[in-house]
Design a protein around this ligand. Structure first.
Ligand code: UDX
Ligand code: ADP
Length: 475
């Protein structure tokens, strides 16, 4: 049978569901797309007339929402109705690591997936293609299938429901999501039913070359997503481990990255040393992989991947320790300016951001933090640090407090250190001489992203430490 997709429902209006559906809507004007979420505030923000209030910041997203919203892209809290009307349903709900119970600390919590499957089973009508978009443990499709069929067996209209399950993992990176969705390296579709696979491919071929659409069985597709993220994270831990060797030996991580990246077999991308990887995927997916390995008795393989996470945690602690040591072994009562709080540039997402851990550790040491980030709200920082924001007056008379500033030049007044944690472009061209002149001497810049131009900084009266290089002068 041939599927004609006219109406899509996406469950989950988050960092994956929102941008992915916006790009499908832009490229498939004949298809109606309803993105639904149980988080009503999130839906209200997606529908806000002022596009600056969208719940997610992604370059290029506002323009698409402006063009398509109300035409073929809709955001709604009415989950059941939109499931009932859909011929294709994307599941883009959150799957964080379990914090308690069986597999706690490693396995993904699938309660939101399960809830979605139960809702689909109850409300879907006729033939429906279910597409897994969220990153999931291998074999989740079989769990979804069991729920769909066992629940619908109890329903009075069971004969009218047929489900086709596909895995179509998302490879977008935050901050470049729209670019990645517009021009992906590949689209992966795993499944058993050829017509369902064709129906989904037909959406993508509206703007993506056929050759880029790869089809596999369900389990290969689910596993490939985990392994892609594990390989990428491994690369970051590898280069971060080398950053420490560079600081110890006098080598320069930029030069080493350039030298090794020129070998085509290694490749030049994804070799920037930094404060450690963050984001919602890398750690979660590797923990998941470790859990699967242990489940199948592959303990040595589990140990291997666990090292990627261990190096990441070590890099975060190592940086914090360097900061404290350079500031004469104590940051107590000192004013430390944090530049960037999101886990990478061009996103307001802070999940697993190294900034969270570094800030918490510095506050435990008594440091007073003035945090600046162009896109992260102070309320998000409060949640992440689990601590209310102090007033600027309190900052000067206490220890271990934080305050969010809207102005970097005010923030650096009498500060002992500027700690650059996220690679926002706007930090490169700050007036570093003016900043240095406002700070208390001896003052420091800690550049954990190797972002600033060392030649400019070396002409200024300030101590400068950067990742994978250290604090040597004479460039
Ligand atoms: C990642 C994958 O790239 C994407 O394919 C998948 O769908 C989701 O997970 P994301 O986490 O959004 O995407 O961002 P990514 O660009 O991969 O960065 C992850 C972390 O690694 C960030 O904290 C980033 O700062 C860090 N990173 C990345 C580095 O430290 N150095 C680099 O060279 C690249
Ligand atoms: P991701 O980065 O994977 O997109 P997010 O947390 O940003 O993760 O988004 C997932 C969204 O899914 C959240 O907004 C959450 O409220 C929503 N969600 C979770 N479970 C359900 C459900 N059963 N029905 C509708 N929306 C859901």
């Amino acid at each position: 049978m041939v599927f004609e997709v006219k109406n899509i429902c996406c469950i989950g209006a988050g960092y994956v569901g929102g941008p992915s559906m916006a790009v499908i809507a832009k490229n498939c004007p004949d298809i109606q797309i309803n993105v639904v979420d149980i988080n009503i505030e999130r839906i209200e923000r997606w529908n806000d007339k002022n596009l600056k209030n969208l719940p997610i910041y992604e370059p290029g997203l506002e323009e698409i929402v402006k063009k398509c919203r109300g035409k073929n892209l809709h955001f709604s809290k009415n989950v059941n109705l939109n499931i009932a009307n859909a011929d294709m349903i994307f599941i883009s709900v959150n799957t964080p690591t379990k914090t308690k119970g069986l597999g706690a600390g490693f396995a993904s919590d699938l309660k939101w997936i399960e809830k979605s499957a139960r809702e689909i089973s109850k409300y879907a009508k006729g033939k429906t293609i279910i597409v897994e978009k969220s990153t999931l443990p291998v074999k989740t499709a079989s769990t979804i299938k069991k729920i769909l069929y066992s629940t619908s067996e109890n329903s009075s209209d069971k004969n009218e429901k047929t489900f086709y399950i596909l895995s179509n993992p998302e490879f977008l990176a935050e901050g470049s999501a729209i670019k990645d969705l517009d021009n992906p390296d590949r689209v992966l579709i795993g499944g058993e039913d050829e017509e369902a696979i064709k129906a989904l491919s037909n959406l993508y071929i509206k703007w993506i070359d056929k050759e880029k659409i790869l089809t596999t069985n369900l389990w290969s597709s689910e596993l490939s997503k985990l392994i892609s993220n594990a390989f990428l994270a491994q690369r970051i831990s590898s280069i971060n481990s080398v950053s420490a060797i560079c600081e110890a030996t006098g080598a320069d991580i930029k030069e080493v990255s350039m030298a090794i990246g020129s070998d085509k077999r290694i490749g030049k991308f994804f070799l920037n040393a930094g404060p450690g990887f963050g984001g919602s995927c890398f750690k979660k997916d590797i923990l998941n992989l470790i859990y699967i390995c242990k489940h199948y008795g592959l303990d040595k393989v589990a140990d291997y991947w666990e090292q990627v996470i261990n190096i990441n945690s070590w890099q975060i602690s190592r940086i914090t320790q360097i900061i404290v040591e350079k500031l004469f072994g104590t940051v107590s009562g000192k004013r430390l300016v944090i530049l960037g709080f999101s886990f990478k540039a061009n996103t307001n997402d802070t999940r697993e951001s190294p900034a969270i851990y570094i800030c918490q550790k510095l506050m435990i040491e008594g440091g007073n933090l003035i945090i600046y980030d162009p896109k992260v709200d102070y309320s998000q920082i409060e949640n992440d640090l689990n601590k209310k924001m102090a007033s600027i007056e309190e900052i000067d008379h206490s220890e271990g407090e934080w305050y969010k500033s809207k102005n970097i030049y005010n923030a650096v007044q009498d500060a002992d250190a500027v700690i650059l944690l996220t690679e926002w472009d706007q930090f490169i061209n700050l007036d570093w001489e003016r900043i240095s002149n406002s700070m208390r001497k001896p003052s420091w810049i800690f550049d954990t992203r190797y972002l600033l131009d060392p030649r400019i900084i070396s002409s200024i009266n300030i101590n400068y430490w950067r990742i994978g290089y250290g604090d040597k002068r004479g460039i």
